[in-house]
Design a protein around this ligand. Structure first.
Ligand SMILES: Cc1ncc(C[n+]2csc(CCOP(=O)(O)OP(=O)(O)O)c2C)c(N)n1
Ligand SMILES: [Mg+2]
Length: 236
């Protein structure tokens, strides 16, 4: 299991700005978002222990199952958003869905290098889909630092696809809320997709099977711990 420590503000600020009817396509680290949507820790563990096929019922929470295959969830999100668009076009929005629904696709800095993200963003842009991408740039993809994966800010990627990308301090819950609310409003108004790069830090190990002391300096963890949204002491 991958701890979300340090990323709580990025996750809560974003999901609090959405409506409960907006479908979320998470990775495997969105525990704060899952809890916010009402998925209990016990229910979450059924997924990790594989005791109940695939965990919770996505439709009960408008929160899809965790995706372990990096970036696969972005294609699922794209398909879901295309479905919303088709339902509206045919004036056939299912009774249990909202007409102004938007979709949130979560991904990590490492996953942004996957080809599936390219395909997802091409289709989202071409079809002007109601889709918000949230890249939680927690600085690491297991042992590979994000600076190795991208020489430019990840937010800049969006411009290449023809939509807006913004960068936000992911350790600031109010800034995260404001960024997501502004993006959600404009997507609901028909802008097409948006991208938020939420700059944060993975305080813990990649997973419970990982030892991050093998590849990253303690000084870096100390520096970011001071900015931790729960326990940090650094201003702003
Ligand atoms: C398609 C695919 N390739 C490789 C992996 C192995 N893998 C699991 S997590 C991970 C790093 C992902 O990093 P990032 O996207 O930054 O997310 P983070 O774990 O930092 O939240 C890798 C390479 C995988 N799960 N799926
Ligand atoms: Mg990462």
């Amino acid at each position: 299991m991958g701890p979300a420590t340090g990323q709580e503000a990025a996750q809560i600020g974003t999901i609090a700005a959405l409506k409960s009817t907006d479908m979320v396509f998470p990775t495997y680290r969105e525990h704060a978002m899952a809890l916010y949507r009402g998925i209990s820790a016990e229910e979450m563990m059924t997924l990790f222990r594989a005791t109940a096929h695939s965990g919770w019922d996505p439709n009960a929470y408008n929160f899809n199952l965790y995706a372990i295959v990096l970036a696969s969830q972005a294609l699922h999100a794209t398909g879901w958003a295309m479905g919303i668009q088709q339902d509206l076009r045919l004036d056939a929005v299912p009774r249990d869905r909202a007409a102004d629904e938007i979709v949130l696709a979560c991904l990590g800095d490492g996953a942004s290098s996957q080809g599936d993200i390219h395909e997802s963003m091409v289709f989202a842009s071409s079809y002007e889909l109601p889709l918000l991408y949230l890249i939680q740039n927690n600085h690491w993809a297991i042992s590979v630092p994000s600076r190795t994966q991208s020489r430019a800010p990840l937010a800049h990627r969006a411009a290449g696809y023809g939509f807006e990308g913004i960068r936000v301090d992911g350790n600031d819950v109010l800034a995260s809320y404001a960024a997501a609310a502004a993006c959600a409003d404009s997507i609901r108004a028909g802008s097409g997709p948006k991208l938020i790069e939420s700059v944060t830090y993975r305080i813990g190990a990649h997973t419970t099977a990982d030892d991050p002391t093998k590849y990253r300096p303690a000084s870096e963890v100390e520096e970011w711990s001071a900015k931790d949204p729960w326990s940090g002491t650094a201003p702003g």
